[in-house]
Design a protein around this ligand. Structure first.
Ligand SMILES: Cc1cc2nc3c(=O)[nH]c(=O)nc-3n(C[C@H](O)[C@H](O)[C@H](O)COP(=O)(O)OP(=O)(O)OC[C@H]3O[C@@H](n4cnc5c(N)ncnc54)[C@H](O)[C@@H]3O)c2cc1C
Length: 494
């Protein structure tokens, strides 16, 4: 029987910050996380069985379940949070494709061939707008590009009001007043799930291990439910557990040490579980350091729920490092800004504004409401409160005032709306936050998980942010969720 629960999108966050190391109390993450079994009991429950087990209830997992359910198969969809949706429900802008009906109807159609060429060009590094990209296999790129039109048409068929940009791979909501892309998409998918009796959705049910037989073929999944542990015997498993933006320190020490300690602007459930489970079976991993950040946030190390102040930086905020010195044009683009902050002592910075700038920034007002913005009457008091050198900060502010008055800021920032000549001042420690991860499990064009020798692990599939998908996560989740469903149904001979 289905156990669908309502989608919860909001994240309730409380932080305490004092210095670059930052401190303690934090009640982060979607309230859904509260329903996740904290520590599992040792009770062993009876084994069950299913044709297909899907680990993760975001876009990849749900679209896979819906597609597979058209065949004569029994599906169990496991979701570790109390609700479905994952990072997919947080997606803001839209999807990407080539050759969809919407794109082919524009003045300058954008084709699947063009999308394929573009996907083949991905290499390690940042794209035009600061997203980290990784290369993908040719067969992966082929499935991605030539199935992207169908997937976009499928999403449109769910009732989302979409519009395609002419001559571009971008498809966005036509009317954003109804909500964010991801929340509308997931809400539509949840309605679809209700139509199928052969999809058994289990929330608060984290998968903890994928079992294989003596030949290395998938034979089951271990589930740590709140009532105890049980095994689902199955020959086909789809890992759709999302990325690792919110993984803990031990995960990052193992897979991408340089990213340990950053905040997370991603989903609370994006803890890399699928990577760990696949790694244990010898899956090939790629690009684990490919992480897209929200450049400046207020948060807690390795925890979801960071508050973004990235827009405030483009609207007249000052940024200094631990030495009280400026180091970058505060209005720089995403990739430059991230690298600039990462290069500072302890990879952090302090955002400083005056009253006039604070009044213009909703982001900073949220930080203030969360009790995280330090207020001080003058530069010396602010330096004291933030733990910065008072003389250095006073010098920095004086130079800023002088530069703005002379119409030539030393760092070329043209966004300042005041000259910072007078307190009170406000300040807060900021760091980049991990938001989307692009690296992960290597899969082929059929969504099969490959081992280090590029051989498929029998019965094991992966889709979405858990994979090394190149770019455009929500599209990848939908395209390969649906592809994995077809592959699993064919594998089972159904
Ligand atoms: C703020 C924000 C904005 C974004 N905007 C866009 C955008 O505009 N366009 C775009 O393309 N992408 C965007 N993305 C990225 C995109 O939303 C995701 O990468 C993509 O939707 C991931 O889909 P998924 O199904 O692979 O993973 P998810 O949607 O994260 O779903 C994975 C699910 O698996 C569950 N899970 C994890 N571990 C386990 C386990 N052990 N057992 C059971 N369940 C488990 C998780 O709780 C989660 O619900 C954005 C991301 C964020 C954070």
């Amino acid at each position: 029987m289905k156990r669908l629960t309502a989608l919860i999108l909001a994240a309730a966050t409380a932080f305490s910050m004092t210095a670059c190391g930052s401190s303690a109390s934090s009640s982060t993450a979607a309230s859904a996380a509260d329903e996740t079994p904290a520590s599992q009991t040792s009770t062993a429950l009876s084994d069950e069985s299913a044709d297909i087990v899907i680990i993760g209830g975001g876009a990849a997992g749900i679209t896979a379940a819906l597609k597979a359910a058209e065949a004569d198969v029994d599906i169990i969809l496991l979701e570790k949070q109390g609700v479905l949706g994952g990072a997919s429900a947080m997606a803001s802008s839209g999807i990407n494709a080539g050759g969809s009906s919407l794109q082919m109807e524009t003045e300058t159609p954008y084709t699947a061939d063009e999308f394929y060429e573009y996907a083949l060009s991905w290499d390690y590094g940042y794209d035009r707008i600061g997203y980290r990209v990784v290369p993908v296999r040719e067969d992966y790129a082929y499935t991605f590009a030539y199935n992207s039109g169908d997937s976009a048409d499928y999403i449109a068929s769910l009732g989302l009001d979409l519009a395609a940009s002419s001559g571009s791979h971008s498809i966005q909501l036509a009317d954003k007043s109804q909500g964010g892309f991801g929340s509308l998409y997931i809400t539509a998918l949840l309605a679809e799930l209700e139509k199928y009796e052969n999809i058994d959705v289990r929330t608060s049910s984290p998968a903890s291990e994928i079992l294989v037989d003596e030949n290395g073929a998938v034979s089951g999944v271990v589930v740590d439910s709140k009532d105890g542990q049980y095994t689902i015997n199955t020959n086909a498993v789809l890992i759709a557990s999302g990325g690792y933006a919110s993984a803990d320190s031990s995960f990052f020490q193992t897979y991408a040490p340089e990213w340990d300690g950053y905040y997370s602007y991603g989903a609370a459930g994006a803890t890399g579980d699928g990577i760990v489970m696949a790694d244990a079976l010898g899956a090939q991993l790629l690009g684990m350091d490919a992480i897209t950040c929200t450049t400046a946030t207020v948060g807690e190390p390795n925890q979801a729920g960071a508050l973004s102040v990235a827009n405030a930086l483009k609207a007249g905020s000052l940024l200094v490092n631990q030495n009280g010195q400026r180091f970058v044009n505060e209005s720089s683009g995403t990739a430059d800004m991230m690298e600039a902050i990462k290069a500072q002592p302890d990879a952090c910075a302090y955002l400083i504004v005056d009253s006039a700038t604070l009044e213009q920034s909703e982001e900073l007002q949220k930080v203030q409401q969360a009790g995280k913005l330090v207020e001080a009457a003058d530069a010396a008091a602010l330096a004291d409160a933030l733990g910065l050198d008072p003389d250095a900060l006073a010098d920095t502010l004086a130079q800023l005032t002088e530069g703005i008055s002379a119409g030539a800021d030393a760092f070329g920032n043209e966004t300042f709306i005041s000259d910072f000549a007078q307190g009170p001042y406000y300040g807060v420690l900021v760091k980049p936050a991990r938001r989307i991860t692009t690296g992960g499990i290597v899969t082929d064009g059929k969504a099969q998980v490959l081992d280090e020798n590029n051989n498929p692990i029998t019965g094991l599939y992966a889709a979405g942010e858990v994979t090394a998908y190149g770019a455009h996560p929500l599209s990848a989740a939908t395209i390969f969720g649906r592809q994995a469903a077809d592959s699993m149904v064919a594998f089972l001979g159904k």
